[in-house]
Design a binder for this molecule. Sequence first.
Ligand SMILES: [Zn+2]
Length: 382
Amino acid sequence: MEQSKADRKPVLRALCEAIKARIDYRQFYLRFCREERPTMSGARLQTRCPIPAHAHMGKGQPSFSVDLARGLFHCFSRDEGGDAIHFYELMHDVSFARAVNEMARELNLDPETQDSRQPSLAFASAPDAETADYFEPSTTPLAAERMGCVCEKFLEVCREEDQTEAVNYLARRGLDSKTVRGAGISYFPRRAYRRVMRRMQEAFALEELQQSGLFNARAHLTFYRHRLLFPFYVEKRAVYLQARTTAAGVEPRWHNLRGGVPALYNIDALDNLASDAIVYLVEGFTDTLTLAAHNFAAVGLVGAGGLKEEWIASLARFQVVAALDPDTAGERAAVRYREMFARRGLQLACLKLSSDVNEFFRHRPSAALELALLTETALDVP
Ligand SMILES: [Zn+2]
């Protein structure tokens, strides 16, 4: 039946009310703020403002605050605030009507009756808010040994699915299939979600799957939007993994297992490397693998600021060259890392590229040669 615009307005209003009755504000806001490392005090969430149009560039003090009891946000830098629906409009740059409709769909609210239906997979697979590592976990984390078993099995199960979408996605970023295979990257298409979930259920007790963060409290696999898996190998064993969405516009872009990142990404590649060899310290999986694809030894950080003190020892026998992103976070991290290395009597050379490593290689035909020359210069500077 056709509805006139005027007739739909009350529906929109009713949907708004239904959304506010159903929504979990903490989970909702965290979805968009997870990468900004929010802090909680009581029912207030505080973080750097994630609103794209504000373009805060990751600078300055956390200026974004959410009242989780009422679901209201406020950005103090721009003096802009409102409810969760307005926040959704700003994050996705969509109209009010579209925000309401999309949020209602996510929450399985029927526009006609506002009745709840069978939860959709997108809803059922949402990670538990508590599993983020800055919150007190609701269950004890899985022991490292068992975590490794879950990782290995998950990668194996996913690798049996069709990898075409992943291969194409990575090829567009300049990563060839040999590099992708070498890095143990694994993928499954969305249509395989239920099969992958079932096979993991067959292999492990639900409690272990939940402790690892692979499954949520609703007994669903949490890797639903994020299905491109990047394993961390230590001594040839996967110990952890992070997953990326390959779809545009999905926030957050990354989802990972429970617990912190246990090692430098690609650290295993240094095992057979001669002492005094050059090793690049870069940001992220793509930059690491871009260098690996061009026969440079590289290890990756998750985020510019991710280097841990205890990892430096594993780099001590090499000539380490940092090539972090040319942004404020990258530059600040390079200064800090130089000091961390110096405290141990080690040198850290720093490269300043015009872009991140992946872009540098994609846009310059002679990137490998240029990088070698820049590295030579950086190593000469005491
Ligand atoms: Zn803002």
